[in-house]
Ligand binder design. Structure first.
Ligand code: PMT
Length: 384
């Protein structure tokens, strides 16, 4: 990473403004170091993953089936992307995300009647099985041997397992979830573009829920070592290029009608809202859900255009006219609204023994918004 991205802990307003300004440049494709790839350059120069065709066909079949049935379809992206340092990969750069947000959200979308394409990092958490992850709640601890050769569920565990098992079987029997895996940031970008093409015929009936933690930096194919990098050459110095921000073509070209929710992760609370507003101003999508790393399981903020701004048009992309983020488009009074969702307030009235997850409330709030998005489209068609 470049020297203009401060790595020391300092939370001054000046640092926040500098971070924001650097982000403007990055999102506008102005690198402070390394090569800048436009999305087009990226797909013209980087090799697609071997399984792209097969996965695209599986996604197409899934979408066609549910489109005929009139079901709404959501793409949930989940987990972190890797950046391999070698093509015969021994080492890679990774991201902290375990895929909890994505896997949990997918369950609530299924419960709400959506068909779900779950685009996830290989071996990250999956809907349903996430409740029994090997580190938190090992599967074998649920079982007990009875009479020497029978297997039983440990008393007290069956009642917790039953609703999860039922929901799991229902989703699989109906075929309402399709899991598609990625490993690298390159896999992710190719698959995202492919799935957007496949989902486009759904018009407003599709939603994008972009919870994956996508790398901002990568090593282009022509600079990746073929074999394991040898330590005999001394220190390893890496210069990575910037990954194009694919939110821009996603919103503006690949899926002009989909309802798009992106996530904004920050570790500095001061940056969360200005950067979420800046992303909305720059890409023109519907909603940014901001979350701070350490509080992400208990609070999130919905940042969206205020109602009168929304009613001015579908996707009022300000693009090149957007003022620099450091002075932030979000500073225009009344242009954006922020809605905080916080546990435990949201869970007030629930039994203390109930395990409450913030994703339940996130999805509930999205259902209304997606419904309104679809209704607006129908109204516009009726008026046309
Ligand atoms: O898995 P968990 O442990 O539950 O953690 C969940 C989470 C914190 C990872 C999730 O809630 C979250 O915030 N995901 C988005 C993380 C992220 O990539 O944030 P960002 O600020 O770097 O990117 C913002 C948006 O731009 C993202 O929606 C991303 O999909 C998009 N992006 C990012 C990089 C890139 N090159 N192109 C993009 O379009």
């Amino acid at each position: 990473m470049s020297a203009s991205h401060p790595t020391t802990a300092s939370n001054t307003a000046a640092d926040a403004a500098a971070e924001l300004a650097a982000d403007v440049d990055a999102e506008a494709g102005i690198p402070d170091q390394g090569r800048a790839f436009s999305t087009e350059d990226y797909f013209n120069t980087q090799r697609p993953p071997a399984s792209l065709k097969e996965k695209t066909e599986a996604m197409r079949a899934f979408v066609d089936k549910w489109n005929i049935d009139g079901k709404k379809v959501v793409l949930v992206t989940s987990g972190g992307t890797t950046v391999p340092l070698e093509s015969n990969t021994v080492r890679y750069l990774d991201n902290f995300s375990a895929g909890t947000r994505g896997a949990t959200s997918a369950e609530y979308f299924l419960q709400a009647g959506y068909a779900v394409i779950f685009l996830h990092r290989t071996h990250s958490l999956r809907p349903f099985s996430r409740h029994y992850s090997h580190s938190m709640n090992p599967f074998l601890d649920l079982l007990t041997v009875n009479n020497g050769d029978q297997i039983d569920v440990v008393p007290g565990q069956a009642s917790k397992l039953l609703p999860i098992l039922k929901a799991y079987h229902q989703a699989h029997d109906e075929g309402s979830i399709l899991s598609v895996n990625f490993q690298t940031v390159n896999d992710y970008l190719w698959l995202l573009r492919a799935v957007a093409g496949v989902m486009a015929p759904l018009g407003r009936k599709c939603m994008y829920y972009l919870a994956a933690a996508v790398s901002d930096f990568f090593l282009p194919d022509d600079r990746v070592a073929e074999h394991k990098i040898q330590s005999t050459h001394g220190a390893l110095v890496l210069e990575m290029d910037q990954v194009p921000k694919v939110l821009r073509p996603l919103v503006q070209e690949w899926t002009p009608e989909g309802y798009i929710v992106s996530f904004k992760l920050e570790t500095d609370d001061n940056l969360l809202i200005p950067k979420a507003r800046a992303a909305l101003a720059r890409y023109g999508h519907q909603l940014v859900i901001g979350n701070e790393l350490h509080k992400r399981k208990s609070e999130v903020v919905f940042v969206e255009r205020s109602h009168h701004e929304k009613s001015r048009g579908d996707r009022s992309v300000t693009g090149a006219q957007t003022p620099p983020l450091a002075s932030s488009a979000g500073d225009v009074p009344g242009m954006y609204t922020e809605t905080w969702l916080r546990l435990p307030e949201l869970a007030a009235g629930r039994a203390a023994t109930d395990e409450v997850e913030i994703e339940e409330f996130i999805i509930q709030a999205l259902l209304e918004r997606h419904h309104e998005w679809i209704a607006q489209g129908e109204q516009a068609q009726a008026n046309a």
